[in-house]
Write a protein of this length. Structure first.
Ligand SMILES: [Cu+2]
Length: 354
């Protein structure tokens, strides 16, 4: 008997060692609203956004491959919306794909909808509205990150010490305060501001690292523009494309991210100093034609003394600007208060009584 039991334990132990700790699928329920919110996306540029839970970019959804995800969304704005779960297979759940007039009717103002699907495949995914994408996605900040952890991570993923999410997008100052307008091809030339997690330098934030850190940078092309992301002083390994592990990761210092695309980069922090990390589309590092601005951040090594001429010497540091702190939390939906805006004044709302 004892012998049988110990044999059983040995088998169980070997199975655990071979396959890793068995992971049971979890069920998540998340509550989302879509709100009219004013966000200062660049110095002096206030923008009327349609914000998921009042923030742009939207809250982090972080789950495990195979988990059941249920999202109840309430549309508090005055225009219709949906949520598309970009990258999700939706096997057997095509009506959860969030495309108006294809998989569902758009969610009208004041109405709600519940999405329910299995989180697969794993990787760097994202969610966004699919109504009038030329305006709602390209201009109104209707997007957020969805990270699905794999059941079996790649070797290199286990070495990561800091996780970073970067969503790149464009803004058109002409339509900043005109919700319901903008983003048509004929107006393309008006894209005059560029955002890294929805803000333009210097309202972006540095990435503070220690020598020896291994960064995983998840790039997401969230708006309508193409972004050529370039690291100074460091090369990186491109390990995943659209969430999927590449059979042969490759080394580079510049990677082009088109609309909808995701690339995961591994950067080894092995060169102490201050190094810019920026969009190499030259116009994307300007604010309304003035350099520097737009899609700019800096690898700031801890321990490097600052200089009084350093652009960010007085920056008020937000350690969760790239979702790094949120990604350390247990699976779930996590808010980033630093991305919240001010509620927009409701127009044409009926006063009480009649
Ligand atoms: Cu929308």
């Amino acid at each position: 008997m004892t012998r049988t039991r110990s044999l059983f334990s040995l088998v169980t132990l070997s199975a655990l060692l071979l396959w890793g700790t068995p992971v049971l699928a979890a069920s998540h329920h998340f509550e989302m609203t879509i709100d009219d919110v004013i966000v200062e996306v660049a110095q002096g540029l206030k923008y009327h956004t349609f914000a998921f839970n009042g923030q742009v970019p939207g809250p982090l959804i972080h789950v495990q491959e195979g988990d059941e995800v249920e999202v109840h969304v309430v549309n508090m704005t005055s225009l219709p919306h949906t949520i598309h779960w970009h990258g999700m297979d939706q096997k057997g759940t095509w009506k959860m794909d969030g495309v108006p007039s294809i998989t569902q009717m758009a969610v009208e103002p004041g109405e709600d909808f519940t999405y329910k699907f299995i989180a697969e495949p794993s990787g760097t995914m994202w969610y966004h509205c699919h109504v009038n994408v030329n305006e709602h996605v390209a201009l109104r900040g209707m997007w957020g990150p969805m990270i699905v952890d794999p059941k079996k991570p790649e070797k290199i993923e286990k070495k990561v010490t800091r996780d970073i999410i970067m969503m790149m997008s464009t803004w058109d100052s002409v339509y900043a305060m005109q919700p319901g307008k903008g983003g048509m091809p004929t107006e393309e030339g008006n894209m005059d501001y560029f955002g890294l997690n929805a803000r333009a330098f210097p309202l972006t934030q540095p990435i503070r690292v220690d020598e020896g850190d291994v960064l995983r940078i998840r790039l997401i092309g969230a708006g309508g523009g193409v972004h050529n992301m370039h690291t100074h002083g460091h090369t990186f390994l491109v390990t995943h494309k659209d969430g999927h592990a590449l059979p042969e990761p490759y080394r580079a210092d510049t990677v082009m991210v088109g609309p909808g695309e995701r690339y995961d980069l591994i950067v080894e922090a092995n060169n102490p100093g201050r190094f810019i990390f920026h969009d190499h589309m030259d116009t994307h590092v300007t604010n309304a034609g003035k350099y520097p601005g737009g899609i700019v951040t800096v690898f700031e090594y801890n321990g490097i003394p600052t200089d009084d001429w350093y652009a960010w010497k007085d920056v008020s540091f937000n350690p969760d600007y790239f979702y790094t702190e949120s990604l350390k939390k247990p699976h779930g939906m996590h808010m980033q208060p630093g991305f919240a805006g001010e509620p927009a004044e409701k127009k044409g709302r009926r006063r009480g009584g009649n």
